[in-house]
Design a protein around this ligand. Structure first.
Ligand SMILES: *Cc1c(COP(=O)(O)O)cnc(C)c1O
Length: 370
């Protein structure tokens, strides 16, 4: 059996008629940017997460970039985040002119709150927790550190649409939160898209200027801005998909549960969930005891036509592009060990139980014969 890591064509097949109708309606209307779908989706998504303002932009990377600028970040300011993340978290901080500063993670693969304070300097302005893999960060501790040191919290929620902690959704803890609608995300467009959420009207106003040439009115630029838009086709499709999101998250949790049961007792660590937390399993990341075992498991599964991936194989501080930060190998031991020992199993809402079972069977047989 061939098991893809993700198959987005299954989503299209399930809702083909709806998707086709939605896109043709946008074409019929002839309005492709800043139309009614973008503003309606901004409201609907902000309401779903539990904030008051949504600003649709071109991607998750641009959401982070613009959010930081809207918060008044300038050249030389420092943003504390993790090296264990997707490159765009850090490239957006860099493009906003700030300097990324890395704190190590704990065994949840998210930022270790106990290691944040030692990274704070006179230049620190923002803490940017990343709810990686859909697992919420320890926001109570992070927010109280931020409050104590008068820092802002900007959440990277690109992998965490609908994740919760103590009944509150990821994206409501900081001053600002940033979402991506990259196609494979839990709420994914059929192209690129992103959103900034905030309950601060002034930050929302600035973000709207920044995404649209600084225009207060047409052709009147009151702020140095650029262009980053969530187009009507994506917004219209996302409005429809938002209504399906909860059922997709439930299915992701169901599959995670099947994996957890099926892999119990094997020398393979399955994702832990924070007490009071709701994991949305954007990725199902397991961990082995060492790199050699991890690599062998991946090769074994690949021979059985099961695709697995590593999220992420090279921590940001060891990427050639971020060499300039001067953060050497050995400086973030938990992050570096994760990169060598983790492997993500296929998990997407349209995955069938027979496929999950096939993955489990093969992992069991790997451990039986190795
Ligand atoms: C996907 C992702 C981004 C960037 O989103 P794009 O829409 O691809 O620009 C940022 N941070 C994290 C953690 C991501 O997973």
């Amino acid at each position: 059996m061939k098991i893809p890591f993700i198959d987005l064509s299954r989503q299209y097949r399930a809702y083909k008629e709806d998707f086709d109708k939605i896109t043709s309606e946008v074409f019929e209307k002839g309005s492709f940017v800043f139309g009614e779908n973008c503003s309606a989706f901004e409201h609907e998504f902000a309401e779903y997460i539990g904030t008051s303002h949504g600003v649709g932009v071109g991607s998750g990377t641009e959401a982070i970039h613009i959010a930081l600028l809207a918060c008044g970040i300038k050249s030389g300011d420092e943003v504390i985040t993790v090296s264990n993340t997707a490159v765009p978290t850090v490239s957006a901080i860099d493009f906003a002119g700030a300097t990324p500063v890395f704190a190590d993670i704990d065994d949840s693969f998210d930022i270790n709150p106990q290691l944040i304070e030692e990274k704070i300097t006179d230049k620190t302005k923002v803490i940017m927790p990343v709810h990686l893999f859909g697992n919420p960060c320890k926001m109570d501790m992070i927010c109280s550190i931020a409050e104590k040191h008068n820092l802002m919290v900007v959440e990277d929620c690109a992998q965490a649409h609908g994740a919760e902690l103590n009944g509150r959704k990821a994206g409501t803890f900081g001053q600002v939160s940033c979402f991506s609608f990259y196609p494979s995300k839990n709420l994914g467009a059929n192209g690129d898209g992103g959103m900034i959420l905030t309950s601060d009207a002034e930050i929302a106003r600035k973000a709207k200027l920044l995404r649209y040439y600084g225009f207060e009115d047409r052709y009147k630029s009151v702020m140095r801005g650029f262009n980053s838009r969530l187009d009507e086709i994506q917004a219209a499709l996302l409005r429809f998909k938002l209504k399906k999101l909860e059922s997709w998250i439930e299915r992701r949790n169901q599959i995670a549960q099947i994996y957890a049961e099926g892999l119990k007792g094997l020398p393979l660590k399955i994702p832990a969930v924070l007490p009071g937390g709701r994991h949305v399993y954007h990725l199902f990341v397991t961990q082995l005891e060492n790199q050699e075992k991890r690599d062998r498991l991946m090769r074994y599964l690949s021979e059985k036509e099961i695709t697995t991936l590593i999220h992420y194989p090279i921590p940001i501080h060891l990427q050639p592009a971020y060499d300039y930060l001067g953060c050497r190998e050995g400086s973030l031991p938990v992050t570096e060990n994760a990169a060598k020992t983790i492997v993500s199993l296929p998990l997407f809402p349209e995955m069938k139980n027979s496929e999950t079972d096939y993955v489990i069977e093969n992992i069991i047989s790997f451990f039986n014969y190795s």
